[in-house]
Design a protein around this ligand. Structure first.
Ligand code: CTP
Ligand code: CA
Length: 225
């Protein structure tokens, strides 16, 4: 009985996870994208579902299978991801934003395929809304967890994002390390909580990291109720 309670400790909780990268159209056949595979976010969604949570996964394009028991909302662009996330935000207990959201999108997507007429081509980009920043400003009781993908000054930049976006936890990710970051099965991360406490994890599988992150969220959710 104790084991069963342990394993279903998130039953009755609604958890929103975002995963994979967004794609920002240039014309009907081209887009600006990034190297995110969705592996980290899908692993987190799965770990939350295994603990009995009702999980909503807002996913950019990804070839990964939907984890059992998870409801997926598929999106392509950052603006679509924002709409899908805001539609659920009021009714969830925690949000984990593992998605790699494009910071900019083409200001105008061409209606027709752009022809290779000129020797150079300039695409003007405009900033996308920062979804996590918006959630941080709106949040009430929700636990907010973000990622920080960095190539330098990892802790400094991650702490800045934790504070600026009003997060409860940030998963800091040096994407230059071998065995970490985009499109690999392992990751090397540091977890920083609101009080500034840093936990450095060794290289682990994304499933193992997902379990650790979900355990932390469990602890935060049980403390706040
Ligand atoms: N994020 C978001 N909306 C955006 C950009 C980022 O919700 N438009 C979220 C990501 O899902 C991630 C966190 O913010 O959880 C940090 O993303 P990251 O790219 O590391 O940081 P940025 O705030 O975008 O800053 P920069 O890219 O300049 O380092
Ligand atoms: Ca960014």
């Amino acid at each position: 009985v104790a084991l069963l309670q342990m394993s279903k400790q998130l039953s009755g909780k609604r958890i929103l996870v975002t995963a994979a990268g967004t794609r920002e159209p240039i014309d009907p056949v081209r887009y600006i994208g990034n190297r995110s595979s969705g592996k980290m976010g899908y692993a987190i969604a799965q770990a939350a579902a295994e603990r009995g949570a009702e999980v909503i996964l807002v996913s950019g394009p990804s070839g990964l299978p939907t984890p059992p028991g998870v409801s997926v909302r598929r999106v392509e662009t950052a603006l679509q991801m924002r709409d899908a996330v805001l539609a659920e935000f009021d009714t969830v207990d925690a949000v984990i934003k593992a998605a790699a959201v494009a910071d900019y999108r083409p200001e105008l997507a061409a209606d027709h395929k752009i022809k290779k007429d000129g020797e150079t081509l300039t695409v003007s980009l405009i900033k996308n809304p920062d979804i996590l920043l918006e959630l941080g400003q709106k949040k009430k009781q929700q636990i907010l967890v973000g990622f920080a993908a960095e190539t330098q000054e990892l802790l400094l930049h991650a702490r800045d994002k934790l504070i600026k976006k009003n997060l409860d936890l940030i998963i800091a990710n040096d994407v230059t390390l071998p065995g970490a970051g985009f499109n690999v099965d392992t990751n090397i991360v540091k977890l920083i909580d609101k009080s500034g406490h840093v936990e450095e994890l060794p290289q682990l599988s994304k499933q193992q990291i997902a379990t650790i992150v979900i355990d932390k969220i469990c602890a935060m959710l049980t403390k706040s109720t």
